[in-house]
Design a protein around this ligand. Structure first.
Ligand code: BG6
Length: 489
């Protein structure tokens, strides 16, 4: 009988209880897990299967709250197991391998999930290799591995990590996860662009003035200072989430919806991105820290880690030549929001002189609300009734909530875990994508460490970041679009 085992390394960590097991539970509840699926948590802590189940029950109740029901849980619980192990001990991997084989018999598919601190990736992967856990053949069933970010801390370390992984796993076995790609609204960018005929003809430099990508958070570093101090906003958010969003907006249509076809197009975009360097760096890359960051527990009193950045990037190709992509992200900002705005050019000729009620700078824009209140807003001018030819900006809106129901949007991990189980790597990053993304981030870091580095700004808590980021757009006669669709003046 065919069986599937999901092995979560780092099972006592936050991610397992908060995201992974609730997502697997939901997939089970929806009848989407393959038949005979087992989940084995592994970490150093000593748990029995029963104790692990009890902990997971609590977590599911908390993090999959409205979807928890005791009956489904009773059916799901027996599939959960636990095996304690030390990441650096080959014997522990051999014991795990033995337990897996005893479950599986001759054949069983396996999905490993590496949810451990990144410094353990090399040892875990080489030990898995040494224990024979990575060999996949027709007879054994598949062996796949999901790896969490951060994937290296620069190009050199990412290449070394890729090289190291490829000694044990072939690229086709590797699923590098970026949870932004599991978000419905991000996948919908592909549908919006490539399943509709009306957007693509204007999706280029002839009609688009610029693109804005904002990923704002209200939280600070919290208890993650140890990680964050070494990472900062460019490594934590830009190298992965923001650049992934950029690729979805900027890519050419792939000929087919298939992992490598899609990822080839994304790689082309990343390889065409030109980051600001030299004198441009100070003008086109703003960095800042939130007020009080240096007093956070675990943060260096002289820390030079940026918690906010705003960048102007160009995609140097036929479609996007000369169109700026403004990206910004930060912690402790005014709102938790991820938005993408495609700002269109002005009409070539102004027919209506009387512009009362509408700003001089009014143009059409399409905003993709990635989260929260997921949806799309298309802004255009409408004639104000009974007021001559005065105009006002109005929005045509699509909200997931109203079209598909309040609970239509699943957690990103549900889709991604399912895709990995189904062998669909389209929404996972390939090694070359990761490396091109690092090239961009490394160039900016190099500038920030060099003689032409822009100063580190401080921004007030609960604002939209430093004024320098507004000035960056204002110099080009532009401004950030706020979440209500208005331009920040
Ligand atoms: C993670 C970052 O990848 O994404 C965190 O490490 C950040 O610092 C998080 O808070 C944001 O994700 P989301 O889905 O809440 O926007």
């Amino acid at each position: 009988m065919n069986s599937t085992t999901i092995v979560i390394f780092g099972a006592s960590g936050d991610l397992t209880g908060r995201k992974l097991v609730p997502a697997l539970y939901n997939n089970f509840r929806k009848g989407r897990l393959p038949e005979n699926t087992r989940i084995i948590g592994s970490a150093r802590s000593a748990f029995t299967d029963e104790a692990f189940r009890a902990k997971m029950r609590e977590d599911i109740q908390k993090f999959a709250a409205p979807d928890f029901d005791a009956q489904t849980w009773e059916k799901f619980a027996p599939s959960l197991h636990y095996q304690s192990g030390d990441m650096s001990q080959l014997d522990d991997y051999l014991a795990l391998e033995q337990r897996l084989s005893s479950f599986e018999g001759k054949r069983g598919n396996r999905l490993y999930y590496l949810s451990v601190a990144p410094q353990f990736y090399p040892i875990a992967i080489s030990m898995m290799g040494a224990a024979g856990m990575a060999n996949e053949t027709e007879q054994t069933g598949y062996r796949r591995i999901i790896i969490e970010k951060p994937f290296g801390r620069d190009l050199v370390s990412a290449k070394a990590l890729n090289g190291m992984i490829h000694k044990t796993f072939q690229e086709k076995q590797v699923y590098r996860i970026d949870h932004y790609l599991g978000k419905e609204t991000v996948q919908n960018i592909l549908v919006l662009r490539f399943a509709n005929a009306i957007f693509e003809p204007i999706w280029n430099r002839n009609y688009v003035d610029h693109v804005q990508i904002t990923v704002a958070e209200t939280v600070g570093v919290g208890h993650r200072a140890g990680y964050y101090e070494k990472s900062g906003v460019l490594r934590d958010m830009f190298q992965n989430h923001l650049l992934q969003l950029l690729t979805f907006i900027a890519m050419e249509p792939p000929a087919i919806y298939e992992a490598d076809a899609l990822r080839n197009e994304k790689v082309k975009v990343l390889s065409a991105v030109s980051p600001p360097v030299g004198e441009d760096l100070a003008k086109h890359a703003v960095r800042a820290q939130y007020e009080g960051y240096r007093n956070e527990p675990g943060v260096d009193k002289n820390s030079s880690t940026a918690t906010y950045a705003a960048l102007q990037l160009f995609v140097e190709n036929w479609r996007w030549q000369g169109v700026p992509f403004y990206l910004r992200s930060g912690k402790k900002l005014a709102d938790k929001i991820s938005d993408i705005t495609i700002q269109f050019r002005r009409p070539p000729h102004q027919l209506f002189n009387s512009q009362a009620g509408i700003s001089e700078r009014f143009t059409n824009h399409l905003s993709i609300h990635v989260q929260p209140d997921e949806g799309l807003h298309l802004r255009f001018a409408a004639k104000t009734p009974d007021k001559g030819m005065d105009m006002q900006p109005v929005d045509m809106e699509f909200h997931y909530k109203t079209s598909f129901g309040e609970t239509a949007i699943p957690e990103a991990y549900e889709r991604l875990l399912l895709d990995a189980l189904n062998g669909d790597a389209a929404l996972f990053a390939r090694s070359d994508e990761i490396e091109y993304a690092w090239k961009i981030i490394d160039a900016i870091h190099a500038g920030w460490d060099g003689p032409q580095a822009p100063p580190m700004m401080t921004y007030n808590l609960g604002t939209w970041g430093p004024e320098a980021a507004d000035a960056m757009l204002a110099r080009d006669g532009r401004s950030w679009v706020q979440s209500d669709g208005e331009h920040k003046m």
